[in-house]
Design a protein around this ligand. Structure first.
Ligand code: CP
Ligand code: NVA
Length: 308
C-alpha cells in the first residue's frame, strides 16, 4: 500500500511510472465517451472516499469520474457534514473509514490533518490539496507539458505570482523531474524557505528574480495561480492584489518567453487578475488540457496507491 502525500516524498521512479501509466491510459481511451468504463477495471469492487473540507470542481469531479471509469465506486463527503467537522479526531475518523473503504482522498486545510489521516488509516491516503501543497495538480501539469513538448527535464519553468501551495508542488517536481524553476513575485509572498532548501539539495536551486520580464525571458513554461488562495484571509485580498499586480501574466509578458512557451494555470482563475483572458485563451495556453489531465494522472495515482 502506498500513500500519495507529496511529490517530494514519493520515489522519483514511481512518479515517472505514474506519468507513463497516465499517458498510456489516456491513449487507450482514445477519446471514447467519458461515461464509458476503461477496458481494464483495476478498481472493480473498490470503494473510494473523497473528503472535501474546501470547495472543489476539478478535484472532486475528476476523482469521481476516474474511479468509475476504472470500475470502482465513490462516496463524496463534505468534512463539515462528517463528525470530523464536529470534534471527532482525525485518527478515529481514519480508523473507522479504513473499515469501510479501500482508498481515501482528502482536501483539507492543515497539512497535519492529511499526515494524521495517513498515519492512522490502514488504507492509502491521497493529498487532494492542503494549505501547503497540491501534488495531484502538478502530476497533471508535468504530464501536460510532456504531452505537448516532450521531456520536462532541464526545461525552464517560471512561476509568476504568489509562492503558494501549488508553487510548492512545482518546486518538489523540479527536484524530482529535474527542471529549472524560477520564482518571480514580491518578497512578502516568497515561497517557504523549506522548498528552497529542498531544491538546492536536489541540485536544482530555485532562481528568484523580482523583475517578471527578466524572469520570463526564454521560459519554456509560464505558470501562475490565484492571488488569494482558499486558506488566505479575505482581509488580505486588497493588499495581495496591490503586491501581485506587477506579476500578472499578460501578452506583453508572454512575449519574453520562448515562442513555443506554454502557459498553465491550475484553475479556478480570476480572469484579468493573475492572468489575462488573452493569455488564458491564447496560443500558449494549455489550461484545459491541464484540467483534463487531472483525470488521467489521478487514475494512475490511484493505481499506484492500490498496487493494481
Ligand atoms: N485545480 C484544482 O484543484 O481545482 P478545484 O479546486 O476545482 O478542485
Ligand atoms: N492556490 C489555490 C489552488 C486552488 C486549486 C488554493 O489553495 O486555493
Amino acid at each position: 500500500m502506498n500513500h500519495f502525500l507529496d511529490i517530494h516524498t514519493t520515489d522519483a521512479k514511481d512518479l515517472r511510472s505514474i506519468i507513463d501509466t497516465a499517458q498510456a491510459m489516456k491513449t487507450a481511451r482514445n477519446g471514447r465517451p467519458k461515461g464509458t468504463k476503461d477496458d481494464d477495471q483495476p478498481l472493480a469492487g473498490r470503494m473510494v472516499a473523497l473528503i472535501f473540507e474546501k470547495p472543489s470542481t476539478r478535484t472532486r469531479i475528476s476523482f469521481d469520474v476516474g474511479v468509475r471509469q476504472m470500475g470502482g465506486e465513490t462516496m463524496v463527503l463534505s468534512g463539515a457534514d462528517m463528525q470530523l467537522g464536529h470534534g471527532e479526531t482525525i485518527a478515529d475518523t481514519a480508523r473507522v473509514l479504513s473499515r469501510y473503504v479501500d482508498l481515501i482522498m482528502i482536501r483539507t486545510f492543515e497539512e497535519a490533518t492529511l499526515l494524521e489521516m495517513a498515519e492512522y488509516a490502514d488504507v492509502p491516503v491521497i493529498n487532494g490539496l492542503t494549505n501547503r501543497t497540491h501534488p495531484c495538480q502538478i502530476m497533471a501539469d508535468v504530464m501536460t507539458f510532456e504531452e505537448h513538448r516532450g521531456p520536462i527535464a532541464d526545461k525552464k519553468v517560471v512561476w509568476s505570482g504568489d509562492g503558494n501551495n501549488v508553487f510548492a508542488s512545482f518546486a518538489h517536481a523540479a527536484g524530482q523531474f529535474g527542471f529549472d524553476l524560477t520564482f518571480t513575485g514580491p518578497e512578502t509572498l516568497d515561497p517557504e524557505p523549506a522548498w528552497f532548501e529542498y531544491c538546492a539539495g536536489k541540485g536544482r536551486p530555485i532562481t528568484v528574480q523580482r523583475d517578471p520580464v527578466k524572469a520570463v525571458t526564454d521560459a519554456d513554461l509560464v505558470v501562475t495561480d490565484t492571488w488569494v488562495s482558499m486558506h488566505d484571509p479575505q482581509s488580505a485580498r486588497e493588499r495581495r492584489h496591490n503586491q501581485l499586480r506587477p506579476y500578472q501574466v499578460n501578452e506583453a509578458l508572454m512575449k519574453h518567453a520562448k515562442d513555443d512557451a506554454l502557459f498553465m494555470h491550475c484553475l479556478p482563475a480570476h480572469r484579468d487578475d493573475e492572468a489575462t483572458s488573452a493569455v488564458m485563451d491564447g496560443p500558449h495556453s494549455v489550461i484545459f488540457d491541464e484540467a483534463e489531465n487531472r483525470l488521467h494522472a489521478q487514475k494512475a495515482v490511484m493505481r499506484y496507491c492500490l498496487g493494481v
